[in-house]
Design a protein around this ligand. Sequence first.
Ligand code: ADP
Ligand code: ASP
Ligand code: MG
Length: 485
Amino acid sequence: MNPKKNKDSEILPTKHKNTANYSYLCQSKITYLLRKHLKFETEMKVLKFGGTSVGSAQRMKDVAKLIADGEQKIVVLSAMSGTTNTLVEISDYLYKKNPEGANEIINRLESKYKQHIDELYTTEEYKQKTLDFVKSVFDYIRSFTKDIFTLFEEKVILAQGEIISTNMVTNYLCEQGIKTYLIPALEFMRTDKNSEPDLNYIREKLNVQLEAHPGQEIYITQGFICRNAYGEIDNLQRGGSDYTASLIGAAINASEIQIWTDIDGMHDNDPRVVDKTSPVRQLHFEEAAELAYFGAKILHPTCVQPAKYANIPVRLLNTMGPTAPGTLISNDTEKGKIKAVAAKDNITAIKIKSSRMLLAYGFLRKVFEIFESYQTSIDMICTSEVGVSMSIDNTKHLNEIVNDLKKYGTVTVDHDMCIVCVVGDLEWENVGFEAKVINALRNIPIRMISFGGSNYNISFLIRECDKKKALQSLSDMLFNGKDKL
Ligand code: ADP
Ligand code: ASP
Ligand code: MG
C-alpha cells in the first residue's frame, strides 16, 4: 500500500462518518490534503498596503524594504492614493460624453506617473520597461474616449490603478534583485452570480498560480479588482483591497493577514473628528466588524468575515511607523471593556406610527417587506407599542418606500442623521456601561437607541450636526478619564 495514502486516510476517523460532523471532517480532510500538496500553505502571511502606503516613489521603496525580509508572503497592493478617484473623474467625463475633459485628466495623471517612475528606478532598463507598460495602460484608457461608455467600461478603467501600482512595485523589487512574481488578480479573484466572492474558485485558481511559480520570495497581486461570474472585469467596491487580502488569507489559510495603512492601528475614536485618540491593541472580530460597518474607515467592513470564519488573525499596522504594535483582531474578547466609538453619516430615519400596530401581529412583516421590495437594508430599528422607527443609509428609493408605508400609518422622515456606535464587551449582564455612555451623551438630542442585537454594540441615532460634539464627549468620558459629572 502506498504509505502516503495510508497516512492521509488516518485523519478521517471512520466512527464519525455517519454523524453531522462528517461533512466538516471531509472538508478538513480536503484542506489537509490541499495543504499537504502545497508548500505555500499555512506559513505564509498576506500583507495589504493601502493607497497612501504606496502613494509616492519613496513610499514604494519603504514598502519594498519592509516586505523583503526573506519570508515568503503574498502582498496585496492598492492603487497609488488619489488614482482611483481620478479614474472615477475620468469616467464621469466619459459618461457625460466629454472626451476633451477626460483627456486632460488622463494626460495629467500620466505625467504624474512618469515622474514617479523617474524617481523610483535606478537602472535605465527598469525605468524604460515600466514607462512602456504605463504608456500602454494610458493608451488603453484613452481608447475609451472614442466609444460608447457604460458601467462595463467604467469598471475596466477603475481597475487600471491597481494594475499600474503592482507593476511598478514588482519591477522595483526585481530591480533590487528580490525574487518577486506578479500574480494578476484577474486570473483568480472572482465573484459569483450574487456578486459574492467565489471562494472555491479563488482558492483553486490562486493555488494554480502559486504552484506554477514556485520559489519566489514575494508574490504581488492587485487589491480591489476581480472578475464577475461572466468573466467581465469588476471590483469589490471602493476600499475593497482589504477584502482582497482577507479572501486571499482565507483561500491559502494564511498564518496572519496584515493591513498596512497610514495610522498605528484602530483608534478608540475617529481621529479625523476627535482630538486625542489612542490605538486599541486588541479587538474581537465582531467588535472590528461593528466598528468598520459603522464608519471606522481603517478597515473595509467586508474584510472581517472571511478572516473570522477561517480564524485567521488580522493585524492593522502602520507603514509610517512599522515598529508600532498596531491592533490585533482575533476571536479573543477583553472582558468588560468599552473599546472604541465610530460614526456613520448620511443616515435617514423613518418612523411609522399606527394604532393598527397595537396588539396586531404581521405589522412588522408588512413594513419590512416594503424595504425588501426596494432592496433597501435597515441599519437600526426601535419599536414601541404603536410605532416603529428605522434607519437607512441608501435613500435611492426613499420616496417609493414612504409612499408604500403610508398605507399602514403616519410616516415621518428625518434627514441628515448619524449613527454613533459604541463597541466593546457589552453583554447585558455587565452592569453600568449603558449609564456611562448615556451620561457622555447627556447634552445631545438622541433620536433612537439600539442595544441587545449583539453583545458588542450600543448604537445611537443623533443629528449629523451633533456628531463632533457627541464623539468628543464619548472620548473624553470613556477613554480620556474625564468621567466626572
Ligand atoms: P488605506 O488607503 O491604507 O486603505 P484608509 O484611508 O482606507 O487607508 O484608512 C485609514 C484611515 O482611516 C486613517 O488615515 C484614518 O484617518 C481613518 N480612520 C477612521 N476611523 C479610524 C479609526 N477608528 N482608527 C484608525 N483610523 C481611522
Ligand atoms: N483603490 C481602491 C479605492 O481607492 C481600492 C482600495 O484602495 O482599497 O477604493
Ligand atoms: Mg482603506
